[in-house]
Design a protein around this ligand. Structure first.
Ligand code: 4AD
Ligand code: MG
Length: 462
């Protein structure tokens, strides 16, 4: 079978020729001895129009009555249809039915809400919207690998099962091999966690960063790209329990280099997807977010803004805007603050740097002031934070002091500290939330609609 994409892309080669395609009926209409089928074969966002004629098809009656979503194998001639909605169509000479669909198929022609489509995750990839989203997702993943491989970054595989809590936020899913009907207890009557994971505490990773640091201090430039997990019981449009993260780590690079890398990466992904999924992107721009192309063009053609956390706080305090949460130096920026900065003040992506140490993770490099750390968050209009990163604390004594100050267990970090003993180096990295960049590029506003099988609290069907 030839793909519909190939037929569209290289039309001239196929006009007048007989080809075979296989796919699912999206729509079907016709009269007594003539019919039109819109066939989607999954290879392309657009359908192929199939012409059914009673005098050319033995089983014309059977085919013209097939319900939507039936799968068929079509043989026919490619005909040019200049001036019509689609440039080519196939005049069928032979059609075989593989699977006649039941007429109860839920994706009939009318528009469905995204909420409803979430309840049929086994069928929604066949809808226009999800066909576009998941293909963009696939292309974006490829673009990310291409970007890093072209720059000689080593793709490092970080583990999914780990004993460490990279972010120190206690948002881990614990793994256990305990018999839950007979939970082992210590002498004091507490749960004996030494029975976790065959006798060792373990959880699903929240970030591959610490492993990426190990690899960067051997390979210089590395990246991870894999699933990460957060046990936050939050029901926002931007948080999932399972999400994919891209985490580059660069040795001999500081926060400036880190931000430059993040900016280049994001521009590269957008350019790649715009170029390689023009039909899908056109669909998003027309039906999901009318300002999408303007925004993306603006992003790829301009420089991202940079301000410090302290400047951001002053800017918010002097904005005259009434916020639900007050802005005080030392507090984390709330979503409304982030949105104000990126949407109202700059209307562009903004790096906010040098956050107070107390609201950031233990591994970030301490600034001279002793109060802030070399952190950066990238905020974008519509989505908010899509990147979180930092320069890492490379000084063994400063790091150890920080670990103690935060009440972390020094022994748990023996290997992390040793990296600072055996040829320490300036190094930096960041995490890009894969779903967040897909949201940003497509205009889809709920994280549940940019990953095929979303995992959010109490949602693990399919
Ligand atoms: O800011 P975060 O927590 O940073 C880290 O995990 C660092 N260890 C990364 C690093 O420096 N290597 O997460 C990074 C990004 C966020 O900016 C956001 O885009 C995404 O991951 N993210 C989530 N995406 C979806 N659902 C969640 N629950 C997310 N939590 C973070
Ligand atoms: Mg963050």
């Amino acid at each position: 079978f030839i793909t519909v994409k190939e037929l569209y892309r290289n039309q001239e080669e196929y006009i007048g020729k007989t080809v075979k395609v296989a796919g699912w009926i999206r729509t079907s209409r016709g009269s007594k001895n003539f019919g039109f089928v819109e066939l989607n074969d999954g290879s392309f966002f657009k359908n192929m129009q199939i012409i059914l004629a009673d005098d050319k098809l033995d089983n014309f009656k059977e085919i013209s009555k097939l319900p939507i979503s039936s799968s068929i194998l079509v043989e026919g001639e490619v005909v040019s249809t200049e001036g019509a909605k689609q440039p080519i169509e196939i005049h069928a000479t032979n059609i075989v039915v593989e699977g006649e669909s039941d007429s109860s198929y839920p994706l009939q022609k009318k528009r469905h809400t995204l909420e409803y489509l979430r309840t049929i995750a086994h069928l929604r990839p066949r809808s226009n919207t999800f066909s576009a989203v998941f293909r963009v997702r696939s292309l974006a993943a490829y673009a990310i690998h291409k970007f890093f491989q072209e720059r000689n970054f080593v793709y490092a595989h970080s583990p999914i099962i780990t004993g460490s809590d990279c972010e120190g936020a206690g948002e881990m899913f614990r793994l256990t091999t305990m018999d839950l009907n007979n939970i082992p207890k210590t002498e004091e009557g507490n749960i004996d966690y030494s029975k976790d994971f065959f006798g060792k505490e373990a959880n699903l990773t929240v970030s591959g960063q610490l492993n990426a640091e190990i690899m960067a201090l051997a390979f210089r430039n590395v990246y991870t790209f894999g699933p990460t997990f957060r046990a936050e019981n939050s029901f926002t449009q931007r948080h999932a329990s399972e999400f994919w993260m891209i985490e580059p780590e660069i040795a001999f690079g500081d926060l400036e280099d880190d931000m430059e890398l993040a900016e280049d990466l994001i521009k590269y992904i957008i350019n790649y997807v715009m170029e390689n999924a023009p039909e899908e992107m056109e669909f998003f721009n027309s039906f999901i977010d009318k300002g999408l192309f303007d925004r993306l063009n603006n992003v790829v053609n301009s420089e991202f803004k940079r301000i410090t956390y302290t400047e951001a706080v002053e800017l918010l305090q002097n904005s005259g805007h009434e916020f639900e949460y007050p802005v005080n130096w030392g507090d984390d920026l709330q979503t409304e603050h982030e949105r104000y900065i990126t949407e109202q003040v700059f209307n562009a992506p903004v790096f906010v740097t040098d956050y107070p140490k107390d609201i950031k993770a233990f591994y970030m490099r301490m600034n001279e002031d002793g109060k802030t750390v070399r952190a950066m968050d990238l905020l974008v209009p519509g989505v908010g934070e899509i990147v979180g990163g930092s320069q890492r604390e490379e000084r063994e004594d400063v790091l150890l002091e920080r670990i103690k100050e935060l009440g972390l267990n020094e022994e748990d970090y023996w290997w992390y500290l040793e990296l600072r003993k055996f040829g320490t180096a300036t190094h930096s990295g960041f995490g890009l939330g894969f779903e967040r960049i897909i949201m940003y590029m497509t205009g889809m506003s709920n994280i549940r609609d940019v990953i095929p099988f979303p995992r959010t609290p109490r949602n693990a069907e399919f």
